[in-house]
Design a protein around this ligand. Structure first.
Ligand SMILES: NC(=O)C1=CN([C@@H]2O[C@H](COP(=O)(O)OP(=O)(O)OC[C@H]3O[C@@H](n4cnc5c(N)ncnc54)[C@H](O)[C@@H]3O)[C@@H](O)[C@H]2O)C=CC1
Ligand SMILES: O=C(CO)COP(=O)(O)O
Ligand SMILES: [Zn+2]
Length: 352
Protein backbone atom coordinates (compact mmCIF):
# COMPACT_ATOMS: atom_id res chain seq x y z
CA UNK A 1 0.00 0.00 0.00
CA UNK A 2 1.30 3.48 -0.87
CA UNK A 3 1.45 5.66 2.27
CA UNK A 4 3.88 8.46 1.44
CA UNK A 5 2.92 12.13 1.87
CA UNK A 6 4.94 15.17 0.88
CA UNK A 7 4.03 18.72 1.94
CA UNK A 8 6.24 21.33 0.25
CA UNK A 9 5.98 24.86 1.64
CA UNK A 10 7.31 27.65 -0.56
CA UNK A 11 7.19 31.46 -0.55
CA UNK A 12 4.37 33.09 -2.52
CA UNK A 13 6.25 36.16 -3.81
CA UNK A 14 10.00 36.28 -4.37
CA UNK A 15 11.01 39.72 -5.62
CA UNK A 16 14.68 40.18 -6.53
CA UNK A 17 16.12 43.22 -8.28
CA UNK A 18 17.23 46.81 -8.47
CA UNK A 19 15.72 49.21 -5.89
CA UNK A 20 13.05 46.76 -4.74
CA UNK A 21 13.62 47.70 -1.08
CA UNK A 22 11.17 50.55 -1.65
CA UNK A 23 8.53 48.01 -2.74
CA UNK A 24 8.29 46.05 0.52
CA UNK A 25 4.82 47.43 1.38
CA UNK A 26 3.55 46.73 -2.15
CA UNK A 27 4.93 43.19 -2.14
CA UNK A 28 3.28 42.55 1.24
CA UNK A 29 0.00 44.05 -0.02
CA UNK A 30 0.02 41.42 -2.78
CA UNK A 31 -0.20 38.67 -0.13
CA UNK A 32 -2.85 37.92 2.50
CA UNK A 33 -0.86 39.86 5.11
CA UNK A 34 -2.52 42.99 6.48
CA UNK A 35 -2.00 45.32 9.46
CA UNK A 36 1.05 46.34 11.47
CA UNK A 37 4.35 44.51 11.07
CA UNK A 38 7.15 43.93 13.56
CA UNK A 39 10.53 44.56 11.92
CA UNK A 40 13.20 42.18 13.30
CA UNK A 41 16.72 43.31 12.53
CA UNK A 42 20.26 43.81 13.85
CA UNK A 43 22.32 47.01 14.16
CA UNK A 44 23.93 47.39 10.69
CA UNK A 45 20.98 46.01 8.67
CA UNK A 46 18.79 48.45 10.60
CA UNK A 47 20.73 51.35 9.11
CA UNK A 48 21.07 49.73 5.69
CA UNK A 49 17.45 48.68 5.14
CA UNK A 50 15.16 48.36 8.19
CA UNK A 51 14.96 52.12 8.80
CA UNK A 52 13.81 52.56 5.20
CA UNK A 53 11.10 49.91 5.62
CA UNK A 54 9.88 51.53 8.85
CA UNK A 55 9.75 54.89 7.03
CA UNK A 56 7.67 53.31 4.20
CA UNK A 57 5.06 52.14 6.69
CA UNK A 58 5.08 55.41 8.67
CA UNK A 59 4.57 57.40 5.46
CA UNK A 60 1.48 55.25 4.82
CA UNK A 61 0.12 55.93 8.33
CA UNK A 62 1.16 52.60 9.94
CA UNK A 63 3.44 52.52 12.97
CA UNK A 64 5.51 49.29 12.76
CA UNK A 65 7.20 47.74 15.77
CA UNK A 66 10.97 47.26 15.69
CA UNK A 67 13.16 44.84 17.63
CA UNK A 68 16.92 44.33 17.37
CA UNK A 69 18.61 40.95 17.83
CA UNK A 70 22.28 40.08 17.63
CA UNK A 71 22.62 36.33 18.14
CA UNK A 72 20.93 33.21 16.76
CA UNK A 73 19.56 31.80 20.03
CA UNK A 74 16.30 30.52 21.47
CA UNK A 75 16.42 33.46 23.95
CA UNK A 76 16.40 35.85 21.01
CA UNK A 77 13.41 33.99 19.51
CA UNK A 78 11.54 34.35 22.84
CA UNK A 79 12.36 38.08 22.98
CA UNK A 80 10.95 38.57 19.49
CA UNK A 81 7.81 36.57 20.37
CA UNK A 82 7.32 38.79 23.47
CA UNK A 83 7.76 41.93 21.34
CA UNK A 84 5.30 40.63 18.72
CA UNK A 85 2.68 39.82 21.37
CA UNK A 86 3.16 43.09 23.27
CA UNK A 87 2.84 45.15 20.10
CA UNK A 88 -0.04 42.97 18.78
CA UNK A 89 1.46 42.93 15.29
CA UNK A 90 -0.01 41.03 12.34
CA UNK A 91 3.22 39.73 10.76
CA UNK A 92 7.02 39.89 11.05
CA UNK A 93 9.63 41.25 8.63
CA UNK A 94 13.15 39.84 9.11
CA UNK A 95 15.78 42.29 7.82
CA UNK A 96 19.48 41.34 7.86
CA UNK A 97 21.87 38.43 7.60
CA UNK A 98 21.13 34.77 8.33
CA UNK A 99 20.76 35.18 12.07
CA UNK A 100 18.13 37.96 12.03
CA UNK A 101 16.19 36.13 9.30
CA UNK A 102 16.30 32.79 11.17
CA UNK A 103 15.09 34.39 14.41
CA UNK A 104 12.25 36.26 12.69
CA UNK A 105 11.29 33.08 10.79
CA UNK A 106 11.14 30.94 13.93
CA UNK A 107 9.34 33.59 16.02
CA UNK A 108 6.67 34.14 13.35
CA UNK A 109 6.18 30.37 13.03
CA UNK A 110 5.72 30.04 16.80
CA UNK A 111 3.23 32.97 16.87
CA UNK A 112 1.46 31.65 13.77
CA UNK A 113 2.04 34.98 12.06
CA UNK A 114 3.23 35.53 8.50
CA UNK A 115 6.89 36.24 7.80
CA UNK A 116 8.59 38.40 5.18
CA UNK A 117 12.31 37.96 4.46
CA UNK A 118 14.41 40.99 3.49
CA UNK A 119 18.07 39.88 3.21
CA UNK A 120 20.70 42.62 3.41
CA UNK A 121 23.52 40.22 2.56
CA UNK A 122 23.82 37.37 0.03
CA UNK A 123 25.64 35.42 2.74
CA UNK A 124 23.54 32.27 3.38
CA UNK A 125 20.83 30.11 1.84
CA UNK A 126 18.31 30.50 4.66
CA UNK A 127 16.69 33.45 2.83
CA UNK A 128 13.70 31.37 1.66
CA UNK A 129 14.24 28.04 3.43
CA UNK A 130 11.69 26.50 5.77
CA UNK A 131 14.33 26.00 8.45
CA UNK A 132 15.95 27.91 11.29
CA UNK A 133 19.43 27.05 12.55
CA UNK A 134 20.08 27.56 16.27
CA UNK A 135 22.88 26.42 18.57
CA UNK A 136 21.97 25.18 22.05
CA UNK A 137 24.59 23.84 24.45
CA UNK A 138 26.51 21.03 22.76
CA UNK A 139 24.11 20.70 19.88
CA UNK A 140 22.78 22.55 16.87
CA UNK A 141 19.10 22.46 15.96
CA UNK A 142 17.69 22.66 12.45
CA UNK A 143 14.18 23.80 13.33
CA UNK A 144 11.27 23.44 10.88
CA UNK A 145 9.51 26.78 10.43
CA UNK A 146 7.15 28.08 7.79
CA UNK A 147 9.15 29.72 4.98
CA UNK A 148 8.57 33.41 4.25
CA UNK A 149 5.31 34.42 2.61
CA UNK A 150 7.34 36.95 0.62
CA UNK A 151 11.01 37.70 -0.04
CA UNK A 152 12.32 41.11 -1.11
CA UNK A 153 16.00 41.05 -2.12
CA UNK A 154 17.36 44.39 -3.33
CA UNK A 155 20.41 43.75 -5.52
CA UNK A 156 21.75 47.26 -4.82
CA UNK A 157 21.73 46.63 -1.06
CA UNK A 158 23.33 43.19 -1.54
CA UNK A 159 26.01 44.53 -3.91
CA UNK A 160 26.91 47.31 -1.44
CA UNK A 161 27.32 44.87 1.46
CA UNK A 162 30.90 43.87 2.37
CA UNK A 163 32.27 41.56 -0.35
CA UNK A 164 33.12 38.79 2.11
CA UNK A 165 29.41 38.38 2.91
CA UNK A 166 28.77 37.59 -0.78
CA UNK A 167 31.71 35.18 -1.01
CA UNK A 168 30.34 33.46 2.12
CA UNK A 169 27.00 32.99 0.34
CA UNK A 170 28.80 31.49 -2.66
CA UNK A 171 30.70 29.10 -0.39
CA UNK A 172 27.44 28.07 1.33
CA UNK A 173 26.18 27.11 -2.16
CA UNK A 174 29.41 25.34 -3.18
CA UNK A 175 29.05 23.19 -0.05
CA UNK A 176 25.91 21.68 -1.62
CA UNK A 177 28.21 19.27 -3.51
CA UNK A 178 29.43 17.57 -0.35
CA UNK A 179 26.08 17.97 1.46
CA UNK A 180 24.38 15.96 -1.30
CA UNK A 181 27.14 13.31 -1.21
CA UNK A 182 26.56 12.95 2.54
CA UNK A 183 22.81 12.73 1.98
CA UNK A 184 23.19 9.94 -0.61
CA UNK A 185 25.57 8.11 1.72
CA UNK A 186 23.08 8.38 4.61
CA UNK A 187 20.33 7.13 2.30
CA UNK A 188 22.37 4.08 1.28
CA UNK A 189 23.76 3.25 4.72
CA UNK A 190 20.98 4.39 7.07
CA UNK A 191 17.91 4.49 4.84
CA UNK A 192 17.55 8.24 5.49
CA UNK A 193 14.72 9.69 3.41
CA UNK A 194 16.09 11.14 0.20
CA UNK A 195 14.68 13.24 -2.63
CA UNK A 196 16.37 13.00 -6.03
CA UNK A 197 14.63 16.24 -7.11
CA UNK A 198 15.91 18.22 -4.11
CA UNK A 199 19.41 16.75 -4.49
CA UNK A 200 19.52 17.51 -8.22
CA UNK A 201 18.35 21.09 -7.61
CA UNK A 202 20.97 21.65 -4.90
CA UNK A 203 23.75 20.27 -7.13
CA UNK A 204 22.61 22.17 -10.22
CA UNK A 205 22.50 25.39 -8.18
CA UNK A 206 26.14 24.89 -7.17
CA UNK A 207 27.09 23.99 -10.74
CA UNK A 208 25.52 27.12 -12.24
CA UNK A 209 27.20 29.34 -9.67
CA UNK A 210 30.61 27.75 -10.22
CA UNK A 211 30.23 28.17 -14.00
CA UNK A 212 29.46 31.89 -13.47
CA UNK A 213 32.30 32.49 -11.01
CA UNK A 214 34.10 34.89 -13.38
CA UNK A 215 31.13 37.28 -13.24
CA UNK A 216 30.85 37.24 -9.45
CA UNK A 217 32.82 40.38 -8.66
CA UNK A 218 32.56 43.01 -5.89
CA UNK A 219 30.10 45.86 -6.14
CA UNK A 220 28.19 44.51 -9.14
CA UNK A 221 24.43 44.20 -8.93
CA UNK A 222 24.58 41.53 -11.66
CA UNK A 223 26.78 39.45 -9.35
CA UNK A 224 24.43 39.99 -6.39
CA UNK A 225 21.57 38.92 -8.69
CA UNK A 226 23.32 35.68 -9.63
CA UNK A 227 24.27 34.80 -6.05
CA UNK A 228 20.89 35.59 -4.52
CA UNK A 229 19.12 33.56 -7.21
CA UNK A 230 21.35 30.63 -6.27
CA UNK A 231 20.61 31.15 -2.57
CA UNK A 232 16.86 31.15 -3.28
CA UNK A 233 17.20 28.00 -5.37
CA UNK A 234 19.15 26.24 -2.62
CA UNK A 235 16.50 27.27 -0.06
CA UNK A 236 13.81 25.84 -2.34
CA UNK A 237 15.78 22.55 -2.45
CA UNK A 238 15.61 22.46 1.38
CA UNK A 239 11.85 23.12 1.23
CA UNK A 240 11.34 20.30 -1.27
CA UNK A 241 13.39 17.96 0.92
CA UNK A 242 11.62 19.05 4.12
CA UNK A 243 15.08 19.15 5.72
CA UNK A 244 18.35 21.01 5.30
CA UNK A 245 20.01 17.83 3.93
CA UNK A 246 20.48 19.13 0.33
CA UNK A 247 22.52 22.06 1.67
CA UNK A 248 23.95 20.81 4.95
CA UNK A 249 26.17 17.77 5.44
CA UNK A 250 29.38 17.04 7.31
CA UNK A 251 30.89 20.39 6.26
CA UNK A 252 28.04 22.12 8.15
CA UNK A 253 28.57 19.94 11.23
CA UNK A 254 32.22 21.05 11.25
CA UNK A 255 31.19 24.70 10.86
CA UNK A 256 28.65 24.39 13.70
CA UNK A 257 31.43 22.98 15.91
CA UNK A 258 33.71 25.87 14.93
CA UNK A 259 30.95 28.26 16.06
CA UNK A 260 31.32 26.69 19.52
CA UNK A 261 35.10 26.21 19.58
CA UNK A 262 36.13 29.47 17.90
CA UNK A 263 33.04 31.72 18.07
CA UNK A 264 32.87 34.83 15.93
CA UNK A 265 36.10 34.19 14.03
CA UNK A 266 34.73 33.47 10.57
CA UNK A 267 31.49 33.63 8.62
CA UNK A 268 29.22 30.57 8.36
CA UNK A 269 29.64 30.27 4.57
CA UNK A 270 33.43 30.55 4.74
CA UNK A 271 33.64 27.86 7.42
CA UNK A 272 31.46 25.41 5.49
CA UNK A 273 33.52 26.09 2.35
CA UNK A 274 36.84 25.20 3.96
CA UNK A 275 35.29 22.19 5.70
CA UNK A 276 33.85 21.03 2.35
CA UNK A 277 37.38 20.74 0.88
CA UNK A 278 38.20 18.28 3.66
CA UNK A 279 34.93 16.33 3.53
CA UNK A 280 35.19 16.05 -0.27
CA UNK A 281 38.66 14.55 0.27
CA UNK A 282 37.13 12.09 2.75
CA UNK A 283 34.46 11.14 0.20
CA UNK A 284 36.61 10.70 -2.86
CA UNK A 285 40.21 10.41 -1.75
CA UNK A 286 43.43 12.08 -2.80
CA UNK A 287 42.65 11.94 -6.51
CA UNK A 288 39.01 12.97 -5.99
CA UNK A 289 37.16 16.24 -6.46
CA UNK A 290 38.52 18.18 -3.47
CA UNK A 291 40.70 20.28 -5.79
CA UNK A 292 37.60 21.28 -7.76
CA UNK A 293 35.89 22.39 -4.53
CA UNK A 294 39.00 24.33 -3.47
CA UNK A 295 39.38 25.94 -6.90
CA UNK A 296 35.70 26.93 -6.99
CA UNK A 297 36.08 28.64 -3.60
CA UNK A 298 39.30 30.29 -4.72
CA UNK A 299 37.65 31.58 -7.91
CA UNK A 300 35.14 33.59 -5.89
CA UNK A 301 37.71 34.85 -3.31
CA UNK A 302 36.46 32.60 -0.49
CA UNK A 303 38.98 31.22 2.04
CA UNK A 304 40.48 27.78 1.40
CA UNK A 305 42.65 27.39 4.52
CA UNK A 306 42.23 27.46 8.29
CA UNK A 307 44.64 30.41 8.44
CA UNK A 308 42.51 32.41 6.00
CA UNK A 309 39.52 31.77 8.28
CA UNK A 310 41.55 33.09 11.21
CA UNK A 311 41.15 29.70 12.90
CA UNK A 312 44.01 27.85 14.62
CA UNK A 313 45.01 24.47 13.20
CA UNK A 314 44.14 22.79 16.52
CA UNK A 315 40.70 24.38 16.55
CA UNK A 316 39.96 22.99 13.10
CA UNK A 317 41.25 19.54 14.09
CA UNK A 318 39.06 19.57 17.19
CA UNK A 319 36.03 20.57 15.09
CA UNK A 320 36.73 17.82 12.55
CA UNK A 321 37.11 15.09 15.16
CA UNK A 322 34.05 16.08 17.24
CA UNK A 323 31.62 17.30 14.54
CA UNK A 324 29.77 13.94 14.36
CA UNK A 325 28.60 14.47 17.97
CA UNK A 326 26.73 17.70 17.32
CA UNK A 327 23.64 16.29 15.66
CA UNK A 328 22.07 12.98 14.75
CA UNK A 329 22.90 13.33 11.04
CA UNK A 330 24.83 10.53 9.38
CA UNK A 331 27.64 11.78 7.12
CA UNK A 332 31.05 10.77 5.83
CA UNK A 333 32.33 11.47 9.36
CA UNK A 334 30.52 8.30 10.44
CA UNK A 335 31.05 7.69 14.14
CA UNK A 336 33.95 10.11 14.23
CA UNK A 337 37.15 10.99 12.42
CA UNK A 338 40.33 9.94 14.22
CA UNK A 339 42.87 12.65 14.94
CA UNK A 340 45.42 10.94 12.69
CA UNK A 341 42.93 10.80 9.79
CA UNK A 342 41.95 14.44 10.34
CA UNK A 343 45.62 15.52 10.35
CA UNK A 344 46.24 13.62 7.14
CA UNK A 345 43.16 15.09 5.41
CA UNK A 346 44.00 18.72 6.28
CA UNK A 347 47.64 18.22 5.31
CA UNK A 348 46.87 16.51 1.98
CA UNK A 349 44.35 19.21 1.01
CA UNK A 350 46.56 22.09 2.16
CA UNK A 351 43.79 23.34 4.45
CA UNK A 352 46.38 23.42 7.27
N1 LIG B 1 17.92 28.60 8.11
C1 LIG B 1 18.70 28.16 7.16
O1 LIG B 1 18.30 27.39 6.28
C2 LIG B 1 20.11 28.65 7.13
C3 LIG B 1 20.61 29.35 8.19
N2 LIG B 1 21.89 29.81 8.17
C4 LIG B 1 22.34 30.51 9.37
O2 LIG B 1 22.62 31.87 9.03
C5 LIG B 1 23.68 32.34 9.84
C6 LIG B 1 24.79 32.86 8.95
O3 LIG B 1 24.34 33.98 8.26
P1 LIG B 1 25.29 35.23 8.06
O4 LIG B 1 24.51 36.22 7.25
O5 LIG B 1 26.61 34.78 7.59
O6 LIG B 1 25.52 35.76 9.55
P2 LIG B 1 24.96 37.05 10.32
O7 LIG B 1 23.49 37.10 10.28
O8 LIG B 1 25.63 37.02 11.64
O9 LIG B 1 25.52 38.26 9.44
C7 LIG B 1 26.90 38.49 9.38
C8 LIG B 1 27.19 39.96 9.65
O10 LIG B 1 26.85 40.70 8.49
C9 LIG B 1 26.21 41.91 8.87
N3 LIG B 1 25.47 42.45 7.73
C10 LIG B 1 24.35 41.97 7.16
N4 LIG B 1 24.01 42.75 6.11
C11 LIG B 1 24.93 43.73 6.02
C12 LIG B 1 25.13 44.82 5.14
N5 LIG B 1 24.31 45.07 4.12
N6 LIG B 1 26.19 45.64 5.35
C13 LIG B 1 27.05 45.40 6.38
N7 LIG B 1 26.91 44.37 7.24
C14 LIG B 1 25.87 43.54 7.06
C15 LIG B 1 25.38 41.46 10.06
O11 LIG B 1 24.96 42.55 10.82
C16 LIG B 1 26.38 40.55 10.79
O12 LIG B 1 27.23 41.33 11.60
C17 LIG B 1 24.16 31.18 10.68
O13 LIG B 1 23.56 31.25 11.96
C18 LIG B 1 23.66 29.98 9.89
O14 LIG B 1 23.50 28.85 10.68
C19 LIG B 1 22.69 29.66 7.08
C20 LIG B 1 22.23 28.97 5.99
C21 LIG B 1 20.92 28.39 5.93
O1 LIG C 1 23.19 26.32 6.83
C1 LIG C 1 22.37 25.58 6.36
C2 LIG C 1 22.30 25.30 4.91
O2 LIG C 1 23.22 26.07 4.20
C3 LIG C 1 21.41 24.85 7.21
O3 LIG C 1 21.97 24.65 8.42
P1 LIG C 1 21.73 23.44 9.40
O4 LIG C 1 22.96 22.62 9.33
O5 LIG C 1 21.55 24.11 10.69
O6 LIG C 1 20.53 22.67 9.01
ZN1 LIG D 1 24.82 26.90 5.37
Amino acid sequence: MFTKTSWIKLPRNVVVGHDVLGDVRDVVADTHLRGRPLVVTSPTPKEVAAADIVAQYEAAGTDPGLVEVDTASFDAVERVIDAAEAAEVAYLIGVGGGKAIDIAKMASDRCDLGFVSVPTAASHDGIVSGRGSVPEGDTRHSVAADPPVAVVADTGVLADAPWELTTAGCADIISNYTAVKDWRLANRLKNVEYSEYAAALAEMTAELLVESADSVRPGLEEAAWMVVKALVSSGVAMSIAGSSRPASGAEHLVSHQLDRIAPGKALHGHQVGVAAIVTEYLHSGERGDWRAVRDALDAIDAPTTAAALGIDDDELLEALTTAHEIRDRYTILGNGLSEAAAREAVAKTGVV
